[in-house]
Write a protein that binds this ligand. Structure first.
Ligand code: ZN
Length: 172
């Protein structure tokens, strides 16, 4: 089932999400719906708060642009920064309106610990684009958007554009 994607400035995107206590049928169904919604958007990642569910889980498929689908579900993911700070160029987000994109500082590598949907523990090192995607998605679980990581000036300009856009939307 396709889910509605929550967009900024919805306050749910600022919440710190609660851990998944148990992988139930409900969680499996949410994972399937989130995966379907991510591909339909289309996007390379989607975190639960983006569909209004404040739990620590995300789906991602950083390689989908190259063709084959390889969706992953990460439950209660934790990241440990590794490598160096790089610039993630022109990052965007399904929850950030007006197709806004900006350069964001990210770690070049991260150690990822999580649980897979079947309960298997995950412990691996990601680098390159998958590392950037997982950092973006885990940020969502802590109530952080990529626009929280850009300069104050860029953010102010963006916020004024969003305000004007919302005004037009409600007027029309
Ligand atoms: Zn996002």
């Amino acid at each position: 089932m396709l889910l509605d994607i929550v967009t900024y400035p919805d306050p749910r995107l600022k919440e710190r999400c609660a851990p998944v206590a148990e992988i139930t049928d409900e969680i499996r169904e949410l994972a399937a719906d989130m995966t379907e919604t991510m591909y339909a958007a289309p996007g390379v990642g989607l975190a639960a708060p983006q569909v209004g569910r404040l739990v620590r889980m995300l789906v991602m498929d950083p390689g989908v642009q190259e063709g084959e689908r390889a969706p992953r579900v990460l439950i209660n993911p934790e990241l440990e920064p590794m490598g160096e700070v790089i610039t993630s160029e022109q990052e965007g987000c399904l929850s950030v309106p007006l197709s806004y994109r900006a350069d964001v500082p990210r770690w070049s590598k991260v150690r990822l610990k999580a649980t897979a949907l079947d309960g298997t523990p995950i412990d691996e090192v990601l680098e390159g684009f998958p590392a950037v995607v997982v950092q973006h998605e885990v940020d969502h679980l802590d109530g952080t958007l990529f626009i929280d990581r850009v300069s104050r000036l860029r953010r102010t300009l963006y916020d004024s554009k969003v305000r004007k856009w919302l005004k037009r939307k409600t007027a029309g």
